[in-house]
Design a protein. Structure first.
Length: 253
């Protein structure tokens, strides 16, 4: 995953950065309606900052390492027993993000800003729901909403409560290719440090999605997704980048 972001500092000047994220997700179906999953990200983040105040040149500040993993349970609450592949299926998600990634990295310029750290230093509760429907042959519609409620880390920093809503349509007319078009809305409350709002954090962003999946076999698929910002209302956003490129592979056993 490639993500570009711009966040204003306390003086209103832009802090530019880029993040590369590699994510490993493992899921195990315990039965027809319950799946246990773990998501483990590894990040490489680079921040372009002023080396000597507002008049100095830019200096790259880099953080590399494992980020915070998520452990979760996915439950299908409707449709898991329906043999009709076109039946509406509804699921819920309950998860917990663990404070494993480093969140206090520093360099010669001092403490690296929180949004560029590998981890957050806090436990975050994650809940969500999703729906899946196949209204016509070779067409699938999916929607989801995911809420995240962070807690404060030991230094009193708390990322804002966030929500992600998605709507996608997948077309399977060019097998072994599948094409997905959709939209994302990301919203986050402002971050807080010891109860005070953090400048430049929080906001709303809407992104368009275009994705392609190549089904190499019944158990192996490769995907590429691009997300582009089409609307934003914020002064800064630690939640969503301006551009995201995702490439991955999915294998089932």
């Amino acid at each position: 995953m490639l993500r570009r972001r711009t966040v204003p500092d306390e003086n209103g000047e832009a802090i530019r950065g880029i993040a590369h994220t590699a994510t490993l997700e493992a899921a195990y179906g315990l039965n027809a309606w319950l799946t246990a999953a773990i998501v483990v990200p590894y990040v490489h983040k680079t921040q372009a900052a002023r080396a000597n105040g507002s008049t100095g040149g830019e200096a790259d500040r880099t953080v590399t390492g494992p980020a915070d993993p998520l452990v979760a349970a996915r439950m299908t609450v409707r449709g898991h027993a329906d043999p009709d592949p076109r039946a509406l299926r509804v699921g819920v998600l309950v998860g917990l993000k663990l404070p494993v990634g480093a969140w206090r990295a520093s360099d010669d310029l001092g403490r690296i800003p929180a949004v560029f750290q590998a981890g957050t230093g806090s436990f975050d509760a994650v809940v969500g729901a999703n729906a899946w429907l196949v209204p016509a042959r070779r067409l699938a519609l999916t929607s989801a909403i995911v809420l995240r409620q962070p807690t404060s880390n030991p230094e009193g920093y708390r990322f804002g409560t966030s929500a992600l809503a998605t709507l996608d349509a997948r077309f399977d007319h060019l097998h072994p290719l599948s094409v997905t078009v959709g939209a994302r809305m990301l919203a986050a409350a402002a971050d807080r440090l010891n109860g005070e709002h953090v400048h430049g954090s929080g906001g709303v962003r809407v992104l368009g999605r275009l994705g392609v999946v190549v089904h190499a076999s019944d158990s192996l698929a490769f995907n590429v997704d691009a997300l582009l910002t089409v609307y934003r209302a914020m002064s800064g956003d630690p939640l969503a980048p301006a551009f995201t490129l995702v490439a991955g592979a999915t294998a089932s056993f």
